[in-house]
Design a binder for this molecule. Structure first.
Ligand code: NAD
Length: 371
């Protein structure tokens, strides 16, 4: 497909090709939509085989960020950047500083952060050239590890699902199978244990499982057995693509509510299969938005208490998604898209009407709590 056709297919606002032969920089910044605010999204460094592959990835990822920010009720748009290169070999200070200058050139229309293949250290170099960077360390006044806030959002989103399916949002006595014993899972299990849920947990590393078992009294389960676990709730907190043709027939769960990204192998098809099977799926980008809420808090001076309070609104978002899904008989995945698009349209229109007025600009780092 022609480059312009690719860019126009999902109405991207702006795509910036960044190149510097001297430092070997080849990067693409994609701004999908800024109706709600500046486009925020991480910088991924990856060994893309062609520039077309990199372009397709950055266009897909930046569009995803628009939906995530909108559903989270944030005053942010969607953007993303990719650097073509091997994160294990090609990282230099020069590379990230030159990249930082391109970000600076966008004058705040795009705000970056770490992502797959980049880390806080790389972002420190980017920050030497631009202030439009988030997700920096707590020591430098940033928001640091987003996992506690992500996990809290997953926890309250899970409660909203429980309310729909069991008539009460209490998780006491509910059986929850947690896949992955990493950062998000660890904090999630703490919340679940406090509420006296019955936790099963797995990981490919035994020591990680042991840490959670010791802290919460959870029961370990073999990673291969997790899909057929006889539990009420499945909380994927490890990998993407785990809801697919092979795993769905094994599911006995009534709810899927977890922190992992891209849980459905095929978004539309598998959301539909889950709906038909009567399994309530909390769309991943809606329930795991706590991480984005956490970094967006840096704009007003980071405060974890405020970030957690904002992540609590995920409960209402999931409820809204469920209501739309029930009323229109569509999947929760589709309902979530509708919710995101409706908000973008409505706020975009208000901004157009009040163009030039400073009286209607939502503040960054604020989440909409009412609709
Ligand atoms: P993490 O790397 O700390 O934890 C992931 C865990 O999954 C690791 O312990 C890993 O060993 C385990 N794992 C890998 N393959 C597995 C398998 N086949 N079976 C069982 N366990 C397996 O990552 P994290 O920060 O906890 O993030 C978990 C997921 O949530 C990821 O998909 C991430 O993209 C997503 N997410 C995280 C955040 C955040 O704030 N950290 C925010 C949004 C989304």
């Amino acid at each position: 497909m022609d480059t312009f056709e690719l860019i126009e297919k999902n109405d991207h606002e702006q795509v910036v090709f960044c190149s510097n032969k001297l430092v070997g920089l080849q990067a693409i910044i994609a701004i999908h939509d800024t109706s709600l605010g500046p486009a925020l999204g991480g910088t991924r460094m990856w060994t893309y085989k062609t520039s077309e592959e990199a372009l397709k990835d950055v266009l897909r990822l930046s569009r995803g960020m628009t939906y995530k920010a909108s559903v989270a009720g944030l005053n942010l748009g969607g953007g993303k950047a990719v650097i073509i290169g091997d994160p294990n070999k090609d990282k230099t200070e020069d590379l990230f500083r030159f990249f930082g200058r391109f970000v600076e050139g966008l004058a705040g229309r795009y705000i970056t952060a770490e992502d797959v293949g980049t880390d806080v250290e790389d972002m420190e170099f980017v920050r030497m050239e631009t202030k439009y960077v988030t997700g920096i360390s707590r020591a430098l006044g940033g928001s640091g590890d987003p996992s506690p806030v992500t996990a809290y959002g997953v926890y309250v989103g899970m409660k909203a699902c429980a309310k729909e399916i069991f008539g009460s949002d209490s998780l006491e006595g509910k059986k929850v199978a947690v896949q992955g014993a990493g950062n998000v899972a660890r904090y999630l299990c703490d919340h679940l244990a406090k509420e006296k849920a019955d936790i099963l947990v797995c990981d490919i590393y035994e020591n990680k499982v042991k840490a959670i078992v010791d802290a919460t009294g959870a029961t370990p389960i073999d990673p291969d057995k997790i899909y057929e676990a006889d539990t009420d709730i499945f909380a994927p907190c490890a990998l993407g693509g785990i809801v697919n043709d092979d795993t769905i027939p094994k599911f006995k769960f009534k709810i899927i509510a977890g922190g992992a990204n891209n849980q459905l192998l095929d978004e539309n098809k598998h959301a539909d299969v889950l709906l038909k099977k009567g399994i309530l799926y909390a769309p991943d980008y809606a329930i795991n938005a706590g991480g984005l809420i956490n970094v967006s808090n840096e704009f007003e001076g980071y405060n974890q208490e405020r970030a957690l309070k904002q992540a609590e609104t995920i409960y209402q978002r999931i409820q809204q998604i469920i209501t739309i899904s029930n009323e229109r008989n569509i999947t929760t995945q589709e309902a979530s898209s509708r919710l995101a698009e409706d908000r973008i349209r409505a706020i975009g229109q208000v901004k157009q009407i009040y163009a030039g007025s400073s009286t209607f600009t939502g503040r960054l780092g604020e989440t909409a709590t009412r609709r």
